[in-house]
Unconditional design. Structure first.
Ligand code: KIV
Length: 298
């Protein structure tokens, strides 16, 4: 007999889910936190099988999944579909939905409405938003309502144009101090986790030391409490020159291209499908079928 309630209250973690407060415990114990992006159910399942702690359904989907050249075009409806799919595949990892550009910047109310959709309609465990300053009020509004929020500072791709492109941030003392202050303010506003993207390692290290909440680095050095990589970068699915901070653990694009090429050749020369890929019927049923056809065309 299961003790799980049939209709758990909204926000009740699924059985086996990593408890969110455990992340702070991991930081205290010095256990590194593993995060990866994912955008569909099989990837969610594979990340879960591999023991990944956190899955970010990043708005990087706009680029690596949908073919845009920035994250800006991602829409709430697109991100809801992807988040729901990842959530169907992943059990233990916490699933974090990236709020797309324009879905939270307008007002605290807009941020709340969008985030509620991600929790209710897509089963996200938390949401992520970019920036500090005016976004602190968004973080307070969301966390005040019980919605767990991940912050993201440094290179914030949604505002990459204003930052001068996809390039490292906080490389002079004044900008580094600003990042440090933003990190402290985001923690005070209620974030339970902070992503630091493309930030010099010593700056990320000082921020990590100053915060009680864990930091997750992407191009922010080894002193962060955890790391995140984009699925397609990690697996070699996104071709082109990867950013400096990417470590590629597999080179799957050529493997897939080769498999598709062999499939196409097999179809064209009749080598696929073979008898073992097809379904049979009894001689009697086949004879009856032929008889019925002959009758139809008499
Ligand atoms: O959208 C994304 O994938 C991200 C990560 C790079 C942190 O925000």
């Amino acid at each position: 007999m299961t003790t799980r309630p049939r209709n758990p209250a909204p926000g009740t973690p699924a059985p086996g889910k990593l408890p969110l407060p455990e992340l702070a415990g991991m930081k205290r114990r010095g256990d590194r936190i593993v995060m990866v992006t994912a955008y569909d159910a099989p990837s969610g399942r594979l990340a879960d099988d591999a023991g990944v702690d956190l899955i970010l359904v990043g708005d990087s989907a706009a680029m690596v999944m949908l073919g845009h050249d920035s994250t800006v075009p991602a829409t709430v409806d697109e991100m809801l579909v992807l988040t729901r799919a990842v959530n169907r595949g992943a059990r233990r990892p916490l699933v974090i939905a990236d709020l797309p550009f324009g879905s939270y910047q307008v007002s605290d109310e807009q941020a709340l409405e969008t985030s509620v959709r991600f929790l209710k309609e897509a089963g996200a465990d938390a949401v992520k938003l970019e920036g500090a300053g005016p976004m602190l009020s968004r973080v307070r509004a969301l966390t005040g309502t019980g919605i767990p929020v991940v912050g993201h500072i440094g290179l914030t791709p949604q505002t990459a144009t204003a930052l001068g492109g996809f390039k490292a941030q906080g490389r002079n003392a004044a900008r580094a101090v600003q990042l440090y202050e933003d990190a402290i303010a985001l923690e005070a506003a209620g974030c339970f986790l902070l992503v630091l993207e493309a930030v010099p390692a010593p700056v990320a290290a000082r921020i990590t030391e100053a915060l009680e909440i864990p930091t997750i680095g992407i191009g922010a050095g080894a002193e962060c409490d955890g790391q995140v990589l984009v699925w397609h970068d990690l697996l070699g699915l996104y071709e082109g020159t990867p950013p400096r901070f990417v470590k590629q653990y597999a080179d799957l694009a050529p493997v897939i291209r080769d498999a598709l090429g062999r499939y196409a050749a097999d179809v064209r020369d009749g080598a696929f499908p073979e008898p073992r890929h097809t379904y049979s019927m009894s001689d009697a049923e086949l004879a009856l079928f032929e008889h019925e056809l002959a009758e139809m065309h008499r």
